[in-house]
Write a protein that binds this ligand. Structure first.
Ligand code: FES
Length: 153
């Protein structure tokens, strides 16, 4: 355990996780978790979009800019997209974007991509709990604030 990790855990750091999810699968899976009264970490803020194909990489940058400590993109499993191929486009875009983020020095443990169907409430719960625990260990996302401060000098 690093000094930084010990500090963030002892300070009671609660990460903010932005989840961009598609309406037809992952949102329905998260909704099923709620209506089934499953408990999971309250750190996630869900933004529902029609399809993962609608997710612009700028949404992710904006999320970090506005204080997110981690980002999740999740939609229908391959072959199940309501709009046939939206999730394939999202996956391709994600791979390119992830490499770019890695190049800029962002810890890849802050970015997650997953498939969660409307019936996978348990998977949703495990995913959110896992991401929350992982980001708690690495601490708050401060890099963007540092870049913004440097840019304004
Ligand atoms: S509708 Fe779910 S990923 Fe396209």
């Amino acid at each position: 355990m690093t000094e930084h990790t010990e500090q963030t855990e002892s300070c009671g750091f609660e990460p903010k996780i932005m989840a961009f999810v598609c309406n037809w699968c992952t949102y329905a899976g998260a909704d099923l978790a709620g209506t089934s009264r499953m408990e999971y970490r309250p750190n996630v803020r869900i933004i529902k979009l029609p399809c993962t194909g609608r997710i612009d990489p700028l949404f992710i940058i904006k999320a970090f800019e506005n204080g997110a400590d981690g980002v999740l993109v999740s939609g229908c499993h391959p072959g199940d997209c309501h709009y046939t191929t939206g999730n394939y486009h999202a996956r391709r875009r994600w791979i390119g974007f992830k490499n770019l983020m890695e190049f800029t020095g962002i810890d890849m443990r802050r970015l997650h991509f997953s498939w969660v169907s409307a019936s996978e409430a348990i998977k949703w719960v495990d995913l959110i709990n896992g991401i929350t625990d992982e980001i708690k260990k690495i601490g708050p996302f401060m890099e963007y604030k540092g870049l913004k401060e440097k840019a304004s000098l």
